[in-house]
Ligand binder design. Structure first.
Ligand code: SAM
Length: 725
């Protein structure tokens, strides 16, 4: 009979190996794959190489088992552990010509486990057939239903079958217990679930499972069947594409500083990766140990540069943070492993059929803690990479401090309402000129009369008010405690709230009207004349601790950006009680001229514009470059999160001159109008006329909830939201 051309081709492709060997392997494979040659020919006969390798290793094991039996019998002392496959010490060394595998296996049977306290454990990677859905190719099957056939996995996949479980049998020496081998290719594990009852309830879409087999603990006391299956790693319902996983695998290998030849990484061959084993050893006396062991990819030289545990821990934590984006801030790999150990022991001790799934989830969520008392799952939020935007990632990285270290104190953000993250902006602790604004922060622009160069120490302690005290009616605006003086504050509050006390100044040609570039210039609507504070500054003789320097010393209260529950979006609140007259923060943003501000508002309505118009109207023919405003939309500080409240807001904005004697530029500082309780939202009155459509700010339905609310257009929807809140 003419030789089958396919067999001929296969032998030719494998010509560096003995033909008899190739044919023998082919025979097995054809049987396994129901004579489907395409599976065998795929990827340059990869499956052929693998199977040949597997057979060689199997033969070698058999030979060694025989040898070890002989040794045990002969010496009558040491008995080979029942479950343990013989160690494959060095495949290169004592292999018969006949036993040379077609290719070294890259993962799986007989790979060396870690040496834990002088004992070696060997894991055998096996594949468990998903019982109901996969066809069962003819294959040698063990009693426990586990088929030892690596290529089967690929076969099942190609046939559209899901591989449900990879089991690691417990091949250990007497003093070691379990070894779990993890296929990196399969491993972005997100959940730790106990084996056993849960397995039957697997979601049909779940990926492969890695199960720690049900075998004895280190003290050789066999476990009861109910609790002996300790843990399994459930694969994420992975939407990730194969390339993505390949990249992850590369990362894993790089992160763990393994010196793996490039050829061993990636590629289409999933077996081309270094194997990793995770050993979880424990005893019923209440100790558990996790040991990770790594082995080089079969066929590659064992040129591993093993990392220190510390390096590994760090790399793993970085990797977790990079991969999962949202983890509990206290997440640590060591904590995770500790939780795994404690779970393992708990499960081992407790044979009742409790909800294992919940318990192990809890171990994950409370990584680093002791096991949860109530068994609820919380804490670890895993967000697949594809679901989080770059802005989201940036915001998450600032969760502890939205000010990114720019302030005296950290300002965290929190969202207890939904999964929104703060929109992207660039945090600045001080305002900067955008482009055209004529703001001079020069020492020479100060005259001696505009500062207190002869003062020493603290100006507030001086018997005579210095030059800088001119701002407040009776001396300085501040008390020695750094609060606004009561009468100064009350005057400012009543000016802001009581129209009868307001002094409006009208420009001959209003910068706002001019900037609209309309044919007919509308008359000026008036600008509120505001009393300003003058703080001492660097040109003064006093020290930085001078009591007349409050705003320039920056934020010092515990504040938090939070997501409001009544539809206003983000807001700012205090985490501690604030006394009346306390400085909270200043309004920071880009310093824009009014034409620049209008230009921006034409492009997109602004959410955070503020006019520095306290002195407009007092001067005729104001140049454009001196008509100033602040916009905190793109660049700003936490004041951009302050929401509006009509009339009775707990903050008031007061102009403060510091480094610029020119009255057109000033700081706009927020002070409390009353005592504010911890956790109260901070707000100020934007001064919006809700009946006037002609403003720069994006219109919104006011949800301030104040009984003085000016928003006559309050929609039904807004009212409903307010009632609910
Ligand atoms: C300076 S931002 C304040 C922070 C803003 N809530 C956020 O989520 O970023 C101004 C915007 O907040 C919203 N806002 C402020 N006060 C509000 C109020 N009283 N009622 C409804 N929305 C308000 C409006 O959308 C307004 O355009």
């Amino acid at each position: 009979m003419a030789p089958n051309p396919k067999i001929k081709k296969a032998c030719k492709a494998m010509e560096i190996f003995p033909e008899a060997k190739v044919k023998s392997v082919l025979k097995t494979l054809l049987k396994t794959y129901f004579n489907k040659w395409d599976f065998i020919e795929d990827e340059g006969y990869k499956v052929l190489l693998d199977e040949g390798d597997a057979q060689a290793t199997e033969n070698k094991k058999k030979a060694e088992k025989m040898k070890s039996k002989d040794v045990a019998t002969n010496r009558g002392k040491r008995k080979a552990p029942e479950l343990t496959q013989p160690l494959v010490e060095d495949e290169e060394e004592d292999r018969d010509e006949d036993e040379i595998p077609l290719k070294r296996r890259l993962r799986g049977k007989g790979e060396r486990g870690c040496d834990n306290n002088g004992c070696s454990s060997v894991g055998t990677l096996m594949l468990q057939n998903p019982k109901e859905e996969n066809p069962k190719p003819e294959e040698e099957e063990k009693d426990d239903g586990i088929t030892e056939l690596p290529p089967l996995k690929r076969y099942l996949r190609r046939n559209g079958k899901r591989v449900s479980a990879i089991t690691m049998s417990n091949n250990t020496s007497p003093s070691c217990s379990s070894t779990m081998s993890i296929d990196f290719k399969e491993l972005p594990p997100l959940l730790l679930l106990p084996a056993g009852p849960v397995q039957a309830e697997r979601d049909s879409d779940a990926g492969a499972l890695i199960i720690l087999d049900a075998e004895p603990f280190t003290d050789h006391k066999p476990m009861t069947p109910g609790n002996s299956s300790a843990l399994m790693l459930e694969m994420e319902k992975s939407k990730m594409r194969v390339e993505e996983r390949d990249r992850e695998t590369k990362d894993s290998l790089n992160d763990t500083a393994m010196d793996v030849p490039p050829s061993a990484i990636g590629g289409s061959s999933e077996h081309k990766f270094a194997a990793a084993a995770l050993e979880l050893a424990s005893s019923t006396s209440g100790e558990a140990k996790i040991c990770l062991s790594f082995a080089p990819a079969t066929g590659e030289t064992a040129n591993l540069c093993l990392p220190s545990m510390e390096d590994l821990r760090r790399a793993m934590e970085e990797k977790c943070l990079r991969s999962y984006k949202i983890v509990h801030p206290d997440f640590s790999v060591l904590g995770f492993m500790k939780a795994m150990c404690s779970c393992y022991i708990d499960l081992a001790k407790n044979s009742t059929n409790q909800s294992l799934e919940t318990e192990t989830m809890c171990a994950v969520s409370k990584a680093g803690d002791e096991s949860s008392a109530d068994g609820t799952s919380m804490g670890l939020v895993v967000a697949p990479e594809c679901e989080i935007s770059a802005d989201g990632w940036r915001a998450i990285s600032n969760i502890k401090d939205i000010a990114v270290g720019e302030e005296n104190t950290e300002i965290p953000w929190v969202n207890e309402i939904n999964d929104e993250v703060p929109s992207r902006f660039h945090y600045m602790p001080q305002s900067f000129v955008f482009r055209d604004a004529a703001v001079k922060f020069s020492l020479s622009s100060f005259s001696d009369e505009q500062c207190c160069s002869t003062c020493i120490g603290d100006c507030l302690a001086s018997a005579m008010p210095c030059n800088c005290a001119t701002a407040a009616d009776n001396g300085f605006a501040y008390t020695v405690d750094g609060l606004l003086k009561e009468n100064f504050l009350e005057d400012r509050i009543s000016e802001a709230r009581d129209q009868r006390k307001q002094v409006l100044q009208f420009c001959a040609e209003c910068p706002l009207e001019k900037a609209k570039k309309e044919e007919i210039l509308e008359p000026c609507k008036g600008h509120l004349k505001r009393k300003a504070i003058k703080e001492c500054w660097i040109r003064c003789g006093c020290t930085k601790r001078c009591g007349n320097r409050v705003v320039q010393r920056g934020i010092h209260n515990k504040l938090q950006v939070f997501f409001t529950q009544n539809g206003k979006g983000w807001g700012l609140r205090t985490l501690e009680k604030l006394p009346k007259g306390a400085f909270v923060c200043e309004y920071i943003g880009e310093i824009l001229t009014i034409p620049e501000l209008y230009q921006r508002s034409f492009e997109d309505k602004l959410t955070s514009p503020v006019l520095l118009d306290a002195h407009w109207g007092s001067e005729e023919g104001l140049e454009n470059s001196k008509t100033l405003s602040l916009d905190g939309t793109r660049y700003g500080n936490i004041s951009r999160f302050l929401n509006h409240r009509c009339v009775d807001a707990n903050l008031i904005e007061i102009p403060v001159h510091v480094e610029a004697p020119d009255q057109h530029y000033y700081h706009l500082a927020f002070f409390t109008t009353r005592d504010v309780e911890a956790m109260e939202e901070l707000s100020w009155d934007y001064g919006i006329d809700f009946d006037d459509d002609d403003h720069l700010m994006k219109p919104f339905d006011c949800l301030c909830g104040s009984r003085f609310c000016r928003n006559s257009k309050l929609s039904k929807k807004a009212k409903k939201v307010m009632n609910r809140a």
